[in-house]
Design a binder for this molecule. Structure first.
Ligand code: ADP
Length: 507
């Protein structure tokens, strides 16, 4: 094989070959460019005449600092080769990186006459490196943030768990140990939704609804869930589960925050038990008062005069109000304690509505109210507890009558929504309406809006709370639309087939 050494390489061919990939230029002692090859011109975007006479540092990128050039010039002035990476600016303003060697070319006397600049285009590598650096910087920043976050979570009494998009537990704070009795190591990597961990005490429907909301609709869930601790004891958790979405809208992870509200629940329960007991006890003396007042009014104890009749009338009306209040309280406490046995049956809506309106007939005619009711003729029977549904409808219609002026108008529409397979009740009046600022409270226990209090109407603020509890229990929906002094519409929809929601079990 023929041996070949560097000195035998033809300089022109070498230059040509190198020039295909390298940016080559030659400058004089003052670093004024006297030659630039095509690759250089192409990349820098300049015409030859624009570059000739310029210094190399004139085409550097603004952010490329001068120190590099100072070092470069100093090195080559000493007759040494300089090598380094420089960021330049092309004519169109775009930036590019070159890996450059600058070689002083000496004459026979050993004096430097020119400089040979050979550069390689390394922009994509540099951009990749820059991006990499940026990512690392961001990650470091995020890590610092996370650390702060972790410290904050460490101390709270709320149970905080994070899972990946599939529900696999990635993080749990110490409160999880306190509340659930599991060691953090025991639950890391487990499926958050596995019944093995939390006992699966809620109904299948509940878990399905929860799952649909957070995974299907990718929305947050908030509510009370009953769970089991490691030792088997039960607890109530006020729980918020939030999906955190990634750039493409996929669930990246879930954050679950739970507060143990078992103690609060116990207190609430004993309060309700007290109300239940008290209302029960109040009924007997109230009946006695009613009974004897009726007897006095009827003259059973002798003739009474006009004034006495009037006063007894007031006592009687007052005790009637008390009876209805006590009944409402008793209903509520029974409902909250789950002592209301639900008797499901197929209910004929037309007959039920008829019965409800019969009860309101006197008030409606006393107030000269125009009452229109339209009950669709295709309404199937609905499976529900008839007494509870009656309570809902009685509450809504009696409110409409109560809060509508003399000569007002009320409409009751009942129709079947085939698509949703539910029955909708709509009760509209043109009465007092509910002030906007009060509307959010309307279903709260004992709430009465200021306008009805001013209008001196009687009421306990319990009716709508009861109605909503009942509708919720049967997986229905109750909505209100109202404008003050214009009127109010309540709509209730209930599924044809009974779907009873969980009522939390006793602990
Ligand atoms: P009550 O009628 O005994 O006060 P409810 O719970 O039935 O209690 O109603 C709560 C409050 O909601 C009422 O006090 C009233 O302010 C408002 N409200 C309910 N229905 C109507 C209606 N049809 N028109 C105007 N306000 C209403």
């Amino acid at each position: 094989l023929e041996k070949f050494n560097e000195s035998q390489i033809d300089v022109n061919s070498l230059l040509y070959a190198t020039g295909q990939v390298a940016l080559i230029s030659v400058s004089n002692k003052n670093d004024e460019i006297i030659f630039a090859n095509k690759t250089f011109l192409d990349i820098a975007g300049y015409e030859e005449k624009e570059l000739i006479g310029q210094k190399h540092e004139a085409i550097k990128a603004d952010e490329q600092d001068y120190n590099v050039f100072e070092h470069l010039y100093q090195t080559i002035r000493e007759g040494k080769i300089w090598r380094g990476e420089i960021k330049n600016k092309a004519k169109d303003g775009s930036l590019y990186w070159v890996d450059i060697s600058v070689v002083p070319v000496k004459n026979k006397e050993g004096i430097t006459e020119r400089y040979l600049w050979v550069g390689f285009f390394i922009t994509s590598r540099k951009e990749y490196e820059e991006k990499q650096e940026q990512v690392i910087a961001e990650l470091t920043e995020k890590k610092k943030e996370l650390r702060k976050f972790e410290l904050a979570l460490y101390g709270t009494n709320d149970h905080v768990v994070m899972t990946d998009g599939e529900g696999k537990i990635m993080y749990a704070n110490p409160a999880v140990e306190n509340i659930t009795g599991y060691k953090i190591e025991e639950i890391l990597g487990k499926d958050f939704y596995s019944e093995e961990l939390w006992g699966g005490l809620m109904s299948r429907e509940f878990y399905d609804r929860l799952w649909k909301k957070i995974k299907g609709e990718k929305k947050s869930f908030s509510g009370t869930i009953q769970n089991k601790r490691k030792d088997g004891s039960k607890y109530y958790a006020l729980s918020t589960i939030s999906p955190i979405l990634g750039k493409k809208g996929e669930v990246e992870f879930y954050v679950i925050i739970e507060r143990d509200i078992t103690e609060e629940k116990k207190i609430e329960r004993s309060k309700t038990e007290f109300v239940s007991l008290a209302s029960h006890q109040l009924r007997t003396p109230l009946s006695t008062i009613n009974w004897y007042t009726e007897m006095l009014i009827a003259g059973d104890a002798g003739e009474i005069n006009q004034d006495q009749r009037m006063y007894l009338g007031e006592i009687y009306a007052g005790s009637q109000r008390m009876v209805s209040l006590v009944d409402d309280l008793l209903d509520i406490s029974r409902f909250e304690l789950g002592k209301f046995t639900i008797k499901l049956k197929k209910v004929n809506i037309t007959a039920l509505i008829y019965g409800v309106l019969e009860g309101q007939k006197k008030m409606i005619s006393d107030k000269k109210i125009q009452f229109l009711s339209t009950v669709g003729n295709n309404i199937p029977t609905i499976e529900i507890d008839e007494n509870l549904l009656r309570m809902v409808l009685e509450n809504l219609t009696s409110n409409a009558v109560k809060y509508t002026m003399v000569g007002g108008k009320i409409e009751l529409d009942v129709f079947y929504d085939k698509e949703q397979d539910n029955v909708k009740f709509k009760i509209s009046d043109n009465g007092l309406g509910i002030p906007k600022s009060e509307q959010k409270n309307i279903f709260k226990k004992m709430f009465r809006a200021y306008n009805v209090k001013e209008a001196d109407t009687e009421g306990t603020g319990l009716g709508l709370y009861i109605a909503k509890s009942i509708v919720d229990r049967f997986s229905g929906e109750i909505k209100m639309e109202s404008e003050e002094n214009k009127g109010t519409t309540f709509s209730v929809s209930l599924p044809i087939k009974a779907k009873i929601k969980d009522l939390e079990e006793e602990i």
